[in-house]
Design a protein around this ligand. Structure first.
Ligand SMILES: [Zn+2]
Length: 159
């Protein structure tokens, strides 16, 4: 696919770098892992796992107790545990930024779409859920519960 490039800045060391962005249609989301350059597409509008994760999260009291804004943050933070990791074994994350290809820092920020537009030919994989589909409902809920604890309480001992 032919994708526009966006400029990102590494806030740790000031590096600037370009990455392709999936300027999606409705329900098309782009995920990034902590491996520089690894990205995947999540078709939220048609992927039943997207709805399933939300439905399971609603059964977890700590999620249900959050306000709307924090629920959105929590969903973005944990959805990746339903996806198979990148080829290097690192999890993908929704609403993340790409990590810096020069120093590896994941403290980066979106600067702008490159103007005049620059395009790159890139084959971005779709997120898959092979491992998720091999799990029972209880295992899926437990995985989400642990990820939610780690998001809400970063020092929480996860069993
Ligand atoms: Zn950097």
């Amino acid at each position: 696919m032919r994708l526009p490039l966006a400029l990102y800045r590494c806030t740790t060391n000031g590096h600037e770098f370009k990455e392709p962005i999936v300027a999606g249609g409705y329900g098309i989301l782009q995920m990034w892992s902590s491996t520089p350059g690894r990205t995947a597409i999540e078709e939220a509008a048609t992927d039943p796992v997207f709805d399933e994760v939300l439905e399971i999260l609603r059964t977890i009291p700590e999620y249900a107790a959050l306000d709307d804004g924090r629920r959105l943050e929590a969903f973005d933070a944990v959805f990746g545990v339903s996806c198979d990791p990148d080829p290097d074994g690192m999890p993908y994350r929704l609403n993340a930024h790409p990590c810096c290809p020069q120093c590896g820092s994941c403290k980066t920020k979106f600067v702008c779409i490159i103007e005049p537009p620059e395009y790159v030919e890139a084959a971005i994989p779709y997120a898959t859920h092979r491992e998720w589909f091999s799990m029972t409902r209880a295992e899926r809920r437990e995985r989400l519960r642990v990820a939610l604890q780690e998001h809400l309480h970063p020092s929480w001992p996860s069993v």
